[in-house]
Ligand binder design. Sequence first.
Ligand code: SF4
Length: 432
Amino acid sequence: MRKNKVVFVTLGCSKNLIDSELVMRQFVANGYSVVHNPKRADGCDIAVINTCGFIQSAKEESIETILAFGKSKQRGQIRQLFVMGCLSERYRNELQNLIPEVDKFYGKFNYRQLFADLGKPFHAELAQERLLSTPAHYAYVKIAEGCNRTCSYCSIPLITGKYRSRPLEETVNEVRSLTARGVKEFQLVAQDLTWYGRDLYRKATLAELLARLSDINGVEWLRLHYAYPGQFPMDILPVIRERENICKYLDIALQHSSDKMLKKMRRGITKEETLDLLGEIRTSVPGIHLRTTMLVGHPGETEEDFADLMRFVREMRFERLGAFIYSVEEKTYSAIHYRDEIEAETKNHRMDALMSLQESIAMEINEDKIGQTLKVIIDRKEQDFYIGRTEYDSPEVDPEVLVGGNVKLRAGQFYNVKITGYRSFDLTGDVL
Ligand code: SF4
C-alpha cells in the first residue's frame, strides 16, 4: 500500500468530472499523489468514488463500483474509502447503513469536509483550480450549478438544487488560466446552459459570456453543451455565427416531439415552438451541427406518439442524437403522478428503432462530407491511425475522424484533413 497515494474514480457526466478535478487538486496541494480512473485500485492509501445518481443504470454502476472498492478495502489493498457525488447526495444515510466498508459518504458539494476529516487544510486559494484529467488540449468548463426546470422524469434538481450561475469573471479567469496552460478547446457545460445569468444578473447572459470567452487569446474552440429549448436566448446565435472560435455545434436536449408527451414531461414547450426554434437556429447559423437527446418509454407514450417522434427525427435530421429509456426516479413528478406502464420490451424496441433510424441519417450526413476539407484536432494515436475530431465532434460523446497516411502528427495540434470516407459513425481522411 503506497502511502499518500489517492485513487480517484469519476462516474457520470462531465460536470462530475470537473468536481473530481477540483478535489484532486486539493489532494495534490496536500502532498498526495493522485491517479484518476485507474484500471486497478490496489495499493493505494485512499480511494474516492465520485458517483452518479441520474438514472437507474447509472445508480447501479455507482453501487457496483463502491462494492468493488469495498472488497479491495476488506483485502487490505485500500486503507480508507470515501464516496461523494450525486448518488451519495441523494442516498447518503441509506448507503452508510448498507455499505459500512465506506469510511464516509459525502454529498455533491461538501467535499471540503473530506479534508477536514483527514486533518488536512482545504486550500481556499486553489478552490477554482483543477487537476485536469482530460488530454492537455481540451477541458470542460462549468458555468453554473443546479436547475430551475421542472421536467417530470428528472431527479437532477432534487440532487443539485436551484440554478446558480457562476460569476462571469470567475469563468473568464478560469478559461484564461487554462489557455495559459495550453488548453485550446473548451466544452461549456451546466445542467442548463441557456438559463445562464437569469438568477445572478437578472437577465440572460450567455451571449455576453460567450463573447468574453471567445475574446481570450488561445481559445481555439468553444463548444456548447446542455442547452434547453424553452426560453432559448436567441441572442447567442449571432455570436456563434460571427465568431470563428465558437464551434458551429449546439447540444440541445429535446426529449420528445409529440405535444401530448412534451406536456406530460413538463418540458414547457410545444412541437410548433420547437420546430420554429430549430428552424431559426439553422437559418441563423448556417452549417450548425445539432446534437440532441430523446427519452423513450415515458408513461403515456403511445405507438402514435412514438411514430410522431420517428417522423420528427427523420425530418429534422439531427447530426448527432443520443437517447435514454425512461426509468422511474423516486420523488420525481412522473414517479409520483404516473404509472410506469410501458413494458421493458416495448421501451427497448423503441430505443432500437430510434437509434437505427439515427444511424442511417448519420451515414447519409457522413456521405455528404466525403471530399470536404475539415479542420481536425488530434487527440491520440491508435494503431495505424491518428484519432481526431472536427468542430462538430465533442469528446467522449460524438464520432471521431480516423486520420491515416504516412504522416507524423502531434496530439493537440490542428490539421486540415480531406475526408475520404467513413466507417460507421466515424469519418476517415488524409492530412493535406
Ligand atoms: S433541464 Fe430538465 S432534464 Fe435537464 S437537468 Fe433540468 S430538470 Fe433535468
